[in-house]
Design a protein. Structure first.
Lengths: 486, 401
């Protein structure tokens, strides 16, 4: 079994904010009364400081847990909402995960199928790869206010570590179909998708292309449709997936939850998110089939192995845990503002020039993007950031520090405030001194929190987020923040 | 320890501009206003000044770089002018430069000027500014109230003080300073306030409400210093000398090390202990006559009472509520109204504090004059934020004290 190629680990991420669809309708129903039928449940919405990169980092951390990252050979990030057109987005993820510089990285994009295509390519490459491939998909979807998409979309990320060895799901093979079937499109530089008629998409797209790819993949892998235990279809429109399962001959109970009620369609990340969610309950021997759709269809077939029983995951890990960690949001206006869909007067304090000195960012990238501090090899004192001379008052040892990563260390609130004066898109800004378990401290922004979560001594975990945007030059500053975990 | 500068330097004269929203006045106007008073008090001419120090913190929205703006504004006699920027402690640091120059014998007469024009920014509060290339990538700019508000959360946790009791003591700090400011014609805010006003004010950075924060204003203050001998030769009879001048800068222990709990200022504790030793003060609670401290926020003043070794740790709330620091208390604090009523034109504040102590020692403080013949006036000037700061303590007193 050690030569088997497949999924070694999986995980996901769903942002905490859950926009109530009824709140959207309450604000926009006067204009778009047709949305009434969709005005139930909730959709995941990223915070103002999250994007495809930061969500991919969270999903990767969720996937990797406490696993050693040294053997990872490649990072792939798939998304149609990558923040950078020409700056390797997967490269930022690599820095945030504090991976060795000797790692390959690539972005994948182009259609909502990019996630499954990247996963398929990674699995096919894994057999001859030096080490496992971290295959990520993340999406921060942008839809026009008042559109159906705004109701149906969600933000999320999925992560798979694929390679050879003790895989939890063996890759049996797959099939791909490519056809320029344009159900929707978005030109480079445009904000929103343009859609064609739903009935045509269902009848000519889903029913023909997806069914054909599913049948072809099952045929190639020699799996009978009625043996499929988990069918993962990324469609959130009512009835679509049931119809497809029936057409292919897969039992209705084998169909994975589309998460349409509580997350929404996370685009490129959606097939992976649903698969990672479904695999949490999978048993050895189960056959799992996942499809991605976009100008054709990818279908991947897996067989769950005994290793699924040996997974060591904490209660806060996994797609289900992220779904359970939720904060209802009924402020539609806030949602729009966080996505730059409505402009507010941000005041003179927001005029501060956020220019990044790229030389300094490169020089300090381990500290800034990786939250790597220093540990004095002489005294053991740990600190952030690393400095030439140790902060230890009893031994200011010079140039004795080795890398000491803080990102995965738990922390606690030492001092805090809720600042209503400083500019932040989500006032008041919570920040304070935090102390890490095992030593080290820093001043940190505290996000994804309510007033009651922030108190001296409250437990925290670190998260990779957008620190600020340089709107003048179009550059995003990333750094680490703290999130209450209680 | 070094022998220090006790009684080596005398204050020959001081001046202070009227602080406030001086919409139609430039830094030049403010500096000249303070300088005219100072020069007349010193009884000398500009040509007698050998060296000068200019304290300015936000030069980008103010006078611009270098010491030249002071040299130009006062038409100094081609002497050396050093620009000092050390956060909000810049004013006291400029005085230190002048005092050290005289103490060393390098200059007979030296000038320290502090000036800040903050009301040319278009918005309230302090200007938002960079803190350096590396810091801007990993630090939090936040706001000044946000930085200092954290003291309250840590103080509450450290001493088991009820947050409501602390909030009321903080309010008393502000009420007391406003009562004092009413009597000071040079103060910016001259209106008495009551506890309810403070407690019910809009929140700026929890738990600091609007009246827990000092004002933002334009202002300038200056001092001319010389040796006691030259002062006497120039005809001065009552001589006020510098007893101690100590500055302590964080080395990163609070921000990056282990042990500091966020509820106090390590630097103030160090600077105060050194200053008392330099001044020969062994029991500050009994010997200090009056204090001007850096009350940028009410909570800062409250914890500073402990850091200056006046109140024991954890007891400042009680001392404050007992009126120990009121104008008629044992050691009045901010008898001129403090930053609370003067506002905080950064570079000027440290010198403004010394100005009040100087007036009080000489019995020239008018309506607010302390009647118990003050001997030692302490000023405390703080820059930065609780986790990374520079604290300056200056003690002035009557010659022979």
């Amino acid at each position: 079994m050690t030569d088997a190629v497949g999924i070694l680990a999986f995980g996901g991420y769903v942002p905490r904010m859950r926009l109530q669809r009824s709140a959207v309708y309450a604000n926009i129903g006067w204009f778009a009364p047709g949305l009434k039928g969709l005005a139930k449940g909730e959709r995941a919405a990223s915070n103002w400081d999250e994007d495809a990169i930061t969500m991919a980092v969270e999903a990767a951390r969720d996937c990797l847990g406490e696993r050693d990252r040294a053997d990872i050979a490649r990072v792939v990030l798939a998304s149609t909402t990558l923040p950078n057109a020409d700056r390797l987005n997967a490269g930022v993820v690599k820095e945030a995960l504090n991976l060795d510089d000797e790692v390959a990285a690539a972005d994948a994009a182009g259609s909502l199928r990019a996630g499954t295509s990247a996963l398929m390519a990674s699995l096919e490459a894994a057999g001859s790869s030096d080490g496992p491939i971290l295959c990520l998909a993340a999406e921060r979807r942008k839809a026009a206010p008042g559109s159906e998409s705004e109701m149906l979309h969600g933000d999320a990320a999925a992560a798979f570590l694929v390679g050879r060895g003790n895989v939890v799901a063996r890759y049996l093979g797959g099939a791909s179909i490519t056809a320029d079937f344009v159900d929707h499109f978005r030109e480079t530089g445009r904000d929103f998708d343009y859609f064609w008629e739903t009935r045509w998409i269902r009848d000519e797209g889903y029913s023909k292309l997806v069914v054909k790819a599913l049948k072809r993949a099952l045929e190639k892998t020699g799996i009978a449709a009625d043996k499929v235990a988990h069918l993962v279809l990324p469609f959130v429109e009512r009835g679509v997936s049931d119809g497809l399962a029936k057409k292919v001959g897969v039992a209705a109970e084998s169909l994975a939850d589309s998460l349409s009620a509580n997350v929404g369609s996370a685009g490129v990340a959606h097939p992976g998110l649903l698969l990672a969610h479904r695999l949490e309950k999978a048993k050895p021997g189960d056959i799992a089939v996942v499809a991605g759709f976009g100008q054709g269809c990818d279908v991947l077939v897996f067989e769950v192995t005994d290793a699924i029983l040996q997974r060591e995951v904490s209660p806060s890990q996994g797609v289900s845990a992220w779904i359970a960690r939720r904060k209802e949001e009924t402020n539609y206006f806030k949602f729009l503002f966080f996505r730059d869909l409505v402009g507010l007067d941000t005041g003179a304090r927001a005029e501060f020039d956020q220019k990044t000195m790229l030389t300094a960012l490169y020089r300090d990238r381990k500290a800034v993007l990786g939250l790597v501090g220093g540990r004095c090899t002489k005294t053991g004192t740990v600190q952030f950031p690393k400095t030439e001379i140790s902060v230890n008052p009893n031994d200011h040892a010079i140039r004795t520090q080795e890398d000491y990563p803080f990102a995965e260390r738990k922390a606690r609130v030492m001092t805090y405030t809720a600042d209503s004066l400083t500019f932040t898109p989500d006032p008041p800004q919570y920040y304070g001194m935090i102390e890490f378990e095992g030593g080290g401290r820093m001043m940190a922004e505290i996000v994804d929190c309510d007033a009651a979560d922030v108190a001296v001594g409250a437990p925290l975990r670190m998260v990779f987020r957008i620190k600020a945007r340089d709107d003048k030059r179009g550059f995003t500053k990333y750094f680490w923040k703290a999130v209450p975990t209680a | 320890m070094a022998k220090g500068i006790k009684d080596k330097v005398a204050i020959l004269g001081m001046g202070c501009a009227k602080f406030g929203e001086r919409w139609n006045d430039s830094p030049d106007t403010l500096m000249v206003e303070a300088y005219e008073e100072c020069l007349a008090d010193a009884g000398i001419e500009t040509s007698q000044i050998d060296a000068a120090w200019l304290a300015v913190a936000f030069d980008a929205v103010n006078v611009g770089p270098s010491g030249i703006p002071l040299s130009m504004a006062l038409r100094l006699n081609d002497i050396g002018v050093t620009k000092v920027e050390n956060y909000c402690a810049s004013g006291t640091d400029a005085l230190r430069g002048a005092v050290y120059a005289v103490a060393s014998g390098a200059a007979d007469i030296a000038l320290a000027m502090g000036c800040e024009k903050l009301k040319d920014t278009g918005y309230g509060g302090l200007p938002v500014r960079t803190r350096g290339t590396s810091f801007d990538m990993i630090g939090i700019v936040g706001s000044a109230p946000g930085s200092f508000a954290q003291l309250a959360s840590a103080y509450t946790a450290a001493h088991g003080v009820d947050a409501g009791d602390l909030k009321r003591a903080m309010a008393h700090v502000s009420v007391k300073s406003h009562a004092n400011g009413v009597k000071n014609p040079k103060a910016h805010l001259r209106k008495a306030i009551d506890m309810d006003t403070v407690l019910n004010a809009p929140m700026i950075a929890e738990p600091l409400g609007l009246f827990d924060c000092c004002g933002v204003s334009d202002g300038a203050a200056c001092a001319i210093v010389t040796t006691p001998e030259i002062a006497k030769a120039l005809g001065k009879k009552d001589i006020v000398t510098v007893k101690a001048l100590q500055i302590s800068s964080s080395n990163g222990w609070e921000l990056q090390g282990a042990g500091w709990d966020g509820s106090y200022f390590q630097t103030t504790r160090v600077a105060a202990a050194k200053a008392y030793e330099e001044a020969g003060i062994t029991n500050p609670r009994e010997q200090v006559s009056l204090m001007e401290v850096h009350d940028c926020f009410s909570i800062t003043e409250l914890v500073t009472m402990e850091d200056l070794h006046i109140s024991r740790p954890g007891t400042a709330v009680r001392d404050v509520m007992d009126g120990f620091f009121d104008a008629d208390g044992k050691i009045p604090c901010q008898i001129d109204g403090g930053l609370k009523c003067f506002g905080h034109p950064i570079g000027a504040s440290g010198l403004r504090m010394v100005y009040e102590n100087y007036l009080q020692l000489l019995g020239r403080a008018g309506e607010r004059q302390r009647q118990d013949n003050p001997v030692f006036g302490l000023s405390h000037n703080l820059g930065g934020m609780p986790n990374q700061n520079v604290s300056a303590v200056a003690i002035v007193g009557l010659e022979g004290a």
